[in-house]
Design a protein around this ligand. Structure first.
Ligand SMILES: CC(C)(COP(=O)(O)OP(=O)(O)OC[C@H]1O[C@@H](n2cnc3c(N)ncnc32)[C@H](O)[C@@H]1OP(=O)(O)O)[C@@H](O)C(=O)NCCC(=O)NCCS
Length: 167
């Protein structure tokens, strides 16, 4: 099955909200998704199969102390990623993460991070295959009390011309 990945468009909002609702316990109002889109549009991506949205990833560009050094850096935060149940295990999730990392580099991020449920083996396995490492255990991170892993990855050298994330 072939898929394509492109930037999120406003008209994708209903599909993305629906995929989020059916795939994850962390759900958000439309405004939250649109806020991330306006903040970093190039790092909000959707995957399509036969012109139907089957997955998304959305990210925030944050500033903070480097996980790998002592200087302040821009970090890409993968806020949410999901692929519709019937379209999993084909590589779509990995492709979304890879494309988002390229976009985050474009925004000048030199590292990226995410939180993932300790029990979410599928997601942890994808991130490990993409060279993320578990940095810390975040005790009781989720509303239902489950712990999260904080996973981080150094991003390859940012291109010379970086674009500003809004918001
Ligand atoms: C996590 C998720 C996005 C993965 O999407 P996907 O399109 O199935 O991912 P991929 O096909 O790229 O899988 C890549 C790798 O993950 C691993 N993987 C996938 N599903 C797995 C599972 N159920 N158990 C263990 N490993 C799994 C495999 O190692 C696979 O590599 P392979 O193709 O070499 O075997 C998808 O399972 C999903 O939407 N889950 C619900 C939402 C979620 O948990 N989001 C992440 C929150 S942090």
């Amino acid at each position: 099955m072939a898929w394509t990945i492109r930037q999120f468009e406003r008209s994708d909002i209903e599909s993305v909200v629906e995929i989020n609702r059916t795939c994850l316990p962390e759900n958000y109002p439309e405004q939250f998704f649109l806020g991330l889109y306006y903040h970093a549009p190039k790092a909000f991506l959707v995957a399509l199969v036969d012109d139907v949205v089957v997955g998304y990833i959305m990210c925030r560009i944050e500033r903070g102390m480097s996980t790998y050094g002592r200087s302040p850096v821009k970090k890409g935060h993968i806020v949410s990623v999901a692929v519709a149940n019937g379209q999993r295990h084909q590589g779509i999730g990995s492709d979304l993460v890879k494309a988002a990392m390229m976009a985050m580099i474009g925004y000048g991020a030199s590292e990226c991070f995410l939180e993932v449920r300790k029990s979410n083996e599928a997601a942890i396995s994808i991130y490990e295959n993409l060279a993320f490492e578990i940095k810390r255990l975040l005790k009781g991170y989720y509303r239902d009390g489950e712990d999260a892993y904080l996973m981080t990855k150094k991003l390859d050298a940012a291109p010379e011309a970086s674009i500003d994330a809004g918001g």
